[in-house]
Design a protein around this ligand. Structure first.
Ligand SMILES: [Zn+2]
Length: 176
């Protein structure tokens, strides 16, 4: 039993280090590893080289619906869902892997990742709890994050129908 728990401990530690490396907030580590708070705090300082931020976690589902964030969130979630279906990995592994692939994908296109690993984690939880879901765009057929209570039959995504201001240059729409 001792060897087994040592192994599990080391697995938890590796997972925490990888998550911190991806920019995870302390709350994510507390929720997704079984390591005690004091140990996580120490680890965080050691790996990140600073104290974790104390602010509240993003709780609102609305952020994921905004035009630009929605495209990022949808891209991430499509990758995440694919990984979950295609391989026998657990939720946290899928989160980390999908997040890395998402960052690589947007970076290749010269775009700054808008989604943090903590937001990505919240997104998975929101979908798990049925508050958000993937809805197919009736024009392009792509799957996009949407509020579960929205009617989906006539849904048109933000790529097919960008908001008017989005076309007016960088200051217009990229940040909001
Ligand atoms: Zn579309």
């Amino acid at each position: 039993m001792v060897a087994r728990s040592l192994l599990d401990d080391s697995r938890q530690l590796q997972r925490a280090i990888a998550l911190i490396g991806l920019g995870a907030r302390l709350q994510l580590l507390q929720s997704e590893t079984s390591l005690p708070y004091e140990r996580l705090l120490k680890l965080y300082k050691e790996v990140a080289g600073r104290s974790p931020s104390k602010g509240q976690l993003p709780f609102s589902t609305d952020w994921f619906i905004g035009w630009q964030p929605n495209i990022h969130a949808s891209l991430f979630f499509n990758i995440y869902e694919y990984l979950q279906k295609a391989s026998a990995i657990d939720e946290v592994e899928a989160l980390m892997k999908a997040y890395q692939l998402y960052v690589a994908e947007v970076s290749t296109n010269g775009v700054e990742p808008l989604l943090s690993i903590t937001r990505a984690w919240r997104l998975v939880k929101f979908v798990d709890s049925g508050m958000l879901c993937l809805t197919a765009c009736k024009r392009c057929g792509g799957n996009f994050i949407n509020h579960s209570y929205e009617l989906s039959a006539n849904y048109v995504c933000g790529l097919c129908e960008p908001p008017a201001r989005a076309g007016k240059g960088r200051r217009g729409g990229l940040i909001h």
